[in-house]
Write a protein that binds this ligand. Structure first.
Ligand SMILES: [Zn+2]
Length: 270
């Protein structure tokens, strides 16, 4: 499942082909993904020039000179195929640029989505309106988490997965960041010390930044025929390592919180 680092890598890869480019052809090959494609998608995008690309949480944003932004979500299985040498069954949306580049949004399971949103009102779009700060931006600070955790009896791990607290954080990254910061995942949020939060903030940013860096190498694939973004297998310290040794000498355990697996080490997370 594409997480924030994969979406960021995808956006950076797409930017190489789309930024400043005019979209000359738009093909929609089925009516819907998780929900219908916008009825005016082909009309709005055809002939538009892409001004810039960005990311918000796990959404990719393609901004155009028509005041509309195409917002995509990769769902469970979505991926962009760059310069595919042949069409594939699940290429549901295909864009072609004035330079002749072809970009196909492929989504076998169709949990993804494509929307058109007024660029100036993006912050008001329902999926964005309640989002917390971006984890890699200045908005995720010690003072933000201190106030977000204050008076909350909720265990810290599910609270960090709440998109209203921090936008776009996924299960893997929360497990890894809590391990780096030495915080028990089931600790009540309001009992996490300010010192621990001060360790947690850079841990979150570092885990994400390292994953984006690891994924950056796959951007090269975009230049190849039939290229697509490969999801990278980063080396995790605790995630997926139940019963294996922790670097501290302890043993990684698994517990279930809110229906999600949490991997952690009782020896070094207090
Ligand atoms: Zn440990």
């Amino acid at each position: 499942m594409p997480e924030l680092p994969e979406v960021e890598t995808t956006v950076r890869g797409l930017a190489r082909y789309l930024e400043g480019a005019r979209i000359t052809r738009v093909a929609v090959n089925r009516p819907d993904l998780r929900r219908p494609f916008p009825v005016d998608l082909v009309q709005v995008l055809t002939g538009a020039t892409v001004t810039t690309l960005s990311r918000r949480a796990k959404y990719g944003l393609i901004h155009t000179d028509r005041g509309s932004t195409m917002v995509f979500h990769l769902g469970m299985s979505g991926r962009w195929r760059i310069e595919p040498d042949h069409p594939e069954k699940h290429d549901h949306l295909v864009l072609e640029t004035g330079a002749g580049h072809v970009l196909a949004l492929n989504d076998a399971r169709r949990f993804g989505s494509v929307d058109l949103v007024d660029t100036e009102n993006l912050d008001l779009w329902p999926a964005f309106a309640a989002l917390g700060p971006e984890p890699l931006g200045d908005g995720l600070s010690t003072s933000h988490l201190v106030s977000a955790f204050a008076g909350r009896k909720t265990p810290v791990k599910p609270l960090l997965l709440d998109q209203r607290v921090v936008a776009g954080l996924g299960n893997i990254y929360v497990c890894e960041a809590l391990h780096r910061a030495g915080i028990r995942p089931d600790k009540a949020a309001d009992t996490v010390s300010k010192a621990a939060i001060t360790r947690l903030v850079p841990a979150i940013k570092a885990v994400l930044a390292e994953s984006i860096l690891a994924g950056g190498s796959t951007i090269r694939d975009y230049a190849q025929p039939n290229g697509e973004l490969g999801y990278f297998a980063a080396s995790w310290q605790v995630y997926g390592r139940e019963k294996l040794a922790c670097a501290c000498g302890g043993v990684v355990e698994r517990m279930v919180q809110g229906g999600r697996s949490t991997f952690w080490c009782a020896s070094c997370q207090k």
